[in-house]
Design a binder for this molecule. Structure first.
Ligand SMILES: [Zn+2]
Length: 344
């Protein structure tokens, strides 16, 4: 019964497991040794960088996802249908509310970025979404798993089995997925979260390994991948060229967010953000997408896009400065967390 429920409701179950892991309920209380001055400085700086246009990103990174990670933040990221939509000339949103999936159309087929929680979701949202948008799922050549978490790899095997798609991930995160499959089902160590059992069952077999800095070509399209540890040891970020109604843009997907517990892991996150910020600046990134709608506001922006008329801007295009400010907000919110948690 529990297994059947787990297959149907992996998200609900994983949230329950996370809550059972304990400690989460006190997350909104600063540590006894919190540094109030540093908290104030970094919080204010993040808010100031955000201004009005990026305010929701400040609110999510510095407040909701830090103070209310396992309650309110999880609530606004519940599983739920989102209608698919073409976002750029070669880019399509085919995800759901809890996790995003994107298709990039090339002259030689489709690259799907992230595979949602399981085969059922991949069939409903990815395959269904592509068909609704007039694309053929049989054209899926690659499924890129941005990191070794079940809400990103869960449907990968289904897409491989159904359409012969190759599955790509970083070498490091292939190792993480391998370990997941073979790890004994022991209770987690103190302070650690239990991995949902579905993850061990759904983790794909090692296939294409993506290297740091790799130019990944398919037909007329090149994706540049970077390994940005923090969220997982081998989380992939990517930069690629796109057009919007013929106008050239450079899009980036950065997925190594979400606040880790230890100072060491936070420093890893900071280093990855810092590095990717430079890469984004060099590449002229001006378009923000993410692998969760809470990180790029896809839920809201898709509706703005659906009603778009000639002359209206594409809401996913935040501008070159806007993208760098987005990364700077993330940095300040990590420093704020360090101060709040007394890890100075
Ligand atoms: Zn994750």
């Amino acid at each position: 019964m529990l297994n059947r429920l787990a297959r149907r409701l992996p998200n609900v179950l994983s949230v329950a497991a996370l809550l059972l892991a304990g400690g989460a309920e006190a997350q909104f209380i600063p540590a006894e040794n919190a540094d109030a001055d540093a908290m104030y400085a970094h919080f204010k700086k993040a808010q100031q960088i955000a201004g009005l246009d990026l305010y929701p990103h400040f609110a999510h990174a510095c407040i909701v996802d830090q103070h209310y990670r396992w309650t309110i933040s999880r609530g606004i990221q519940q599983p739920g249908d989102i209608r698919p939509l073409q976002v750029m000339d070669n880019l399509y949103f085919i995800g759901q509310n809890a996790a995003s999936s994107w298709a990039i159309r090339t002259s030689e087929g489709l690259i799907v970025i992230d595979a949602l929680n399981n085969g059922e979701e991949a069939e409903k949202y990815i395959v269904g979404g592509l068909r609704e948008l007039g694309l053929d799922p049989a054209e899926i050549k690659y499924v890129v798993v941005t990191h070794a978490h079940g809400d990103h790899f869960g449907g990968a095997n289904y897409l491989k089995d159904s359409f012969g798609a190759r599955i790509a991930a970083s070498k490091v995160d292939w190792g993480v997925m391998e370990k997941m499959k073979t790890a004994p089902k022991e209770p987690p160590a103190a302070g650690r979260r239990r991995l949902p059992e579905a993850w061990a069952r759904l983790a794909p077999e090692r296939d294409v390994e993506i290297e740091d800095g790799q130019a990944f070509r398919l037909g007329d399209t090149t994706l540049r991948f970077y390994i940005t540890p923090g969220h997982t040891p081998g989380t992939l970020a990517l930069i690629f060229e796109s057009t919007d109604r013929g106008e050239p843009h450079v899009a980036a997907l950065y997925g190594s967010l979400g606040m880790p517990a230890s100072l060491e892991d936070k420093k890893t996150v900071l280093a990855s953000i810092d590095r990717f910020r430079k890469l984004a600046e060099e590449a002229g990134v001006d378009t923000l997408i993410a692998n969760h709608q809470t990180r790029d506001l896809a839920l809201q922006k898709l509706e703005i896009l659906r009603l778009r008329r000639d002359g209206d801007p594409n809401p996913f295009v935040v501008g070159k400065q806007g993208y760098l400010r987005y990364m700077d907000i993330q940095t300040e919110c990590v420093y704020y967390a360090i101060a709040r948690e007394g890890q100075m």
